[in-house]
Design a protein around this ligand. Structure first.
Ligand code: UD1
Length: 421
């Protein structure tokens, strides 16, 4: 298993290009199942999760071809001949559950294994199921699989989500594009990846309004056509790399960065004493002198502070002046990085969904273990702030969500290398 070796670093400078969003691509790819015609995604990130989704779509009979070193994904749902999403693939990644809505909408049936993914909480699928049932689907759980069918085809419905779940919103919106009549989805998730999915579906001929707001209205159509769609910038990769100069000092430009994707995160950086400014090509982040200020953070659905940046933000706050309180409101088991950061000299107390971080002056390098995708990059960030060497093991988590991570960090002067075993 590969590891990443990080050495404590001085100020960083230079540019980092930000890739297309993993989480957008993982819902855009299953959208190809909705049509007979080709869907081409440009600006796709090159990640193992994208390869897993490729395998899953291919197992259903779809054609998926990676072009330009994976930055373009050309897909066709023309040859789909199976509606069985197998446990062996689905267990690797929770986003596999996003084939459920499209398969049900186009073929009237689907058999999807309950998903796996990062071990950050229970992550059930009840909201997806209730939404699709409201549209006429009959769904039962048997042998670890959701068996869904809708003999007369899906019908538009009024659905209100009990929680603004990203995945449930995506599955329901995709299903509703081919349902008979109008679907009104209330308390829908408002994440940029949802807007990106709806933009792509509109290019395919879907009739959707209100995405980006809590109410999305979808007027079903008989069929969708092919399209070419550029994947939106990855706001989580963006926020992660914004923290590199925040932690090490210096000034780094994030190419393709947009404030509107990370507004609540920027507010917290500002309170911590980090400056963020817009440039012609993206965003520049700078930290001049001294320690950052402690800030309190509560994770919330978009436009609130993203849970996917909580671990990285904690790495920054470990060396802040004063005490920060981080509240995790989305996933109940998302502080697995805290004990690892403690091994590096951080002073963190975790009680349920709250972590209290008492800033220390200096972290110290240590061998640490990545426990999930965002936790692993938080340990790299902490390693850059630490004195001495930090060896992060189990970096396969990292490969799920960060392309060319060593190249991107070292391109701005970070001391980081991958050790292949
Ligand atoms: C997506 C993102 C993930 C991010 C998360 C929250 C993708 C591929 N993944 O995950 O990176 O961390 O949004 O921003 O886009 N829930 C239920 N029942 C359901 C569905 C969800 O109780 O049927 C709960 C979950 O357990 C969790 C919360 O709702 O506590 C948020 O989950 P959700 O928004 O659905 O996250 P994902 O779509 O899985």
């Amino acid at each position: 298993m590969d590891s990443i070796l990080v050495k404590g670093n001085g100020p960083l400078s230079g540019q980092i290009p930000i890739a297309g969003a993993k989480n957008a691509c993982l819902t855009l790819m299953p959208a190809a199942l909705l049509s007979e015609e080709p869907l081409t995604l440009t600006n796709a990130p090159r990640l193992s999760d994208i390869k897993t989704m490729t395998q899953l779509l291919q197992s259903l009979g779809a054609e998926v071809t990676a072009l330009q070193d994976g930055q373009v994904q050309a897909m066709s749902g023309h040859g789909v001949n199976s509606t069985h999403a197998d446990y062996d693939i689905v267990r690797k990644m929770r986003a596999s559950n996003l084939v459920l809505g499209p398969l049900l909408a186009r073929f009237g049936e689907a058999e999807v294994s309950l998903p796996g993914g990062c071990a950050i909480g229970a992550r059930p699928m009840d909201l997806h199921i209730h939404g699709l049932e409201a549209m006429g689907a009959e769904i039962e759980l048997k042998d670890g699989y959701l068996h869904a069918k809708v003999p007369g085809g899906l019908k538009g419905a009024k659905i209100e989500l009990a929680f603004a779940s990203v995945g449930a919103t995506e599955n329901i919106v995709m299903a509703a594009t081919l349902a008979k009549g109008t679907t009104v989805l209330k308390n829908a998730a408002r994440e940029p990846e949802i807007v990106d999915l709806c933009d792509c579906l509109r290019r395919m001929g879907a009739q959707i309004e209100g995405d980006g707001s809590p109410t999305i209205t979808i007027q079903g159509v008989d069929r969708l056509n092919g399209a070419t769609h550029p994947v939106v910038t990855d706001r989580i990769e963006l926020g992660t790399y914004m923290l590199a100069p925040a932690i090490c000092g210096g000034e780094v430009e994030l190419l393709g960065g947009r404030i509107d994707l990370v507004a609540s995160f920027c507010e917290k950086l500002d309170a911590a004493g980090i400056s963020v400014s817009e440039t012609k090509n993206g965003l520049t982040v700078a930290r001049k002198n001294g320690r950052v200020n402690a800030v309190d953070v509560t994770t919330e659905p978009f436009p609130g502070f993203p849970t996917d940046l909580q671990a990285q933000m904690m790495a920054l706050l470990c060396t802040a002046e004063g005490t920060s309180v981080l509240e995790e409101k989305i996933f109940e088991n998302r502080f697995m990085h805290a004990p690892e950061l403690t091994r590096m000299g951080a002073n963190i107390e975790v009680h349920g969904g709250t972590a209290t971080v008492h800033g220390v002056e200096q972290l110290k390098g240590a061998p640490v273990m990545a426990t999930d995708l965002r936790a692993s990059v938080s340990l790299i960030l902490a390693g850059l702030a630490a004195e001495g060497e930090t060896l992060v093991s189990r970096v396969y988590h990292l490969d799920r969500g960060y392309e060319q991570v060593v190249r991107k960090f070292s391109g701005v002067g970070a001391h980081i290398e991958r050790i292949t075993s």
